[in-house]
Design a protein around this ligand. Structure first.
Ligand SMILES: Cc1cc2nc3c(=O)[nH]c(=O)nc-3n(C[C@H](O)[C@H](O)[C@H](O)COP(=O)(O)O)c2cc1C
Length: 349
């Protein structure tokens, strides 16, 4: 009840103010922790880690690893920090997040505002003093490049070096639509050298520390079949463990309200659900189930999680549904999953 009233208030405030309030409350542990929901039927495996369920937090919510103290006490099985760039940057001018209330969707053109790799490393490192690598919720780090960089590839390498000791996995983000040129890194000629460099780095890290850092590539939903085919080929060539599908979409046809068509930025939430599922279907066909897939886009209930899993996802992430439903949505989804698996079991008995 309290959460509902609070949510109504938050949805009346400008988007970034509401977001900053949520981050503040989590940072200072002002949101009650959740009772752990561990049920056999929802257990899963991601990158060789055992998870009690498949629901994680998508990148972009806690860009700076500031909210981790509170987030660790919610029921996510993994949390993705970032996108982090080597140097701090302010991002695009405001306003840059727009709620599409009727469609339970969001358009954002943030452009990777973040505190930069060294501050964010310190924030995660503090957490690692009591929350070791491999413990649930896993902490993944999503890395990108600075808008003003002369060498995007070097930026990814720098971030890999900085975060390898504190990340349970690292996501190479080449799919945000709000950094000019970033999505071109998804093309074969650019992606090949990028994946080559990062996989070399992780090989060296493994030789030195005997720990393999799982890598994931986060892709856009607006990809042609041939782009997607090239991505899957390169993922397999460089033994990248996972694909995160998908980031936000630039396809304005997904939005029903025509007044909003003039807004720039990437679409997420309900409007992205079916469109991002289409990528899962295509990925499943191309990868023949050999790559692990994290399904993202429009998750706000257990049935949608199951649909993404049926389409080939090993786990899922969410962001936009937190804005419209509050943090309790995570527990609601897990309870949904438990309910569905009970019904399936009953129908088999
Ligand atoms: C306000 C906002 C900021 C985001 N920032 C990032 C980001 O920094 N890096 C990233 O990889 N994805 C980012 N995303 C994309 C989400 O991680 C996710 O892929 C997308 O929103 C689809 O999931 P959803 O429909 O559950 O929101 C952002 C999304 C939103 C709404």
């Amino acid at each position: 009840m309290l959460e509902k009233i609070f949510l109504i208030l938050l949805l009346k405030l400008p988007e970034e103010i509401s977001h900053n309030i949520a981050i503040f409350l989590l940072k200072y542990n002002l949101i009650p922790s959740r009772r752990k929901l561990i049920i056999n039927s929802t257990k899963t495996k991601l990158f060789n880690y055992k998870l009690s369920h498949p629901v994680g937090l998508a990148a972009g919510f806690d860009k700076n690893a500031e909210a981790l103290p509170g987030l660790l006490k919610q029921n996510f099985s993994f949390i993705e920090i970032g996108t982090v760039t080597p140097l701090p940057q302010a991002g695009n001018s405001k306003p840059r997040i727009f709620r599409l209330l009727n469609e339970k969707s969001i358009i954002n053109k943030l452009g990777f505002p973040n505190l930069g790799s060294s501050k964010i490393f310190n924030n995660i490192n503090k957490i690692r003093k009591f929350h070791s690598l491999g413990l649930e919720p896993l902490i993944g780090v999503n890395i990108g490049c600075n808008k003003s960089t002369k060498s995007p590839l070097k930026d990814y390498e720098k971030c890999f070096d900085i975060f390898s000791s504190v990340a349970d996995y690292i996501t190479i983000n080449v799919s945000s639509p709000n950094t000019p040129g970033l999505r071109k890194l998804q093309l074969k000629t650019n992606l090949d050298p990028l994946l080559k460099k990062i996989s070399k780095k992780r090989e060296l890290y493994f030789k030195k520390y005997k720990r393999n850092i799982p890598l994931a590539l986060k892709i856009a939903p607006d990809l042609s079949n041939s782009d997607l085919e090239n991505i899957v080929t390169l993922i397999q060539k460089y033994n990248i463990e996972g694909i995160i599908a998908t980031n936000t979409s630039l396809n304005k046809k997904l939005v029903k309200n025509e007044k909003l068509l003039k807004l720039q930025g990437g679409i997420s939430g309900n409007a992205l659900y079916t469109y991002s599922n289409d990528i899962l279907k295509r990925l499943q066909r191309l990868s023949k189930g050999k790559v692990q897939i994290i399904g993202v886009g429009g998750i706000d209930n257990g049935a949608k999680v199951l649909e993404k899993i049926t389409l080939g996802a090993d786990a899922v992430q969410l962001y936009s549904s937190l804005v419209y439903n509050g943090i309790s949505i995570v527990d609601k989804i897990i309870l949904d999953l438990i309910d569905i698996s009970k019904k399936v079991k009953k129908s088999h008995d």
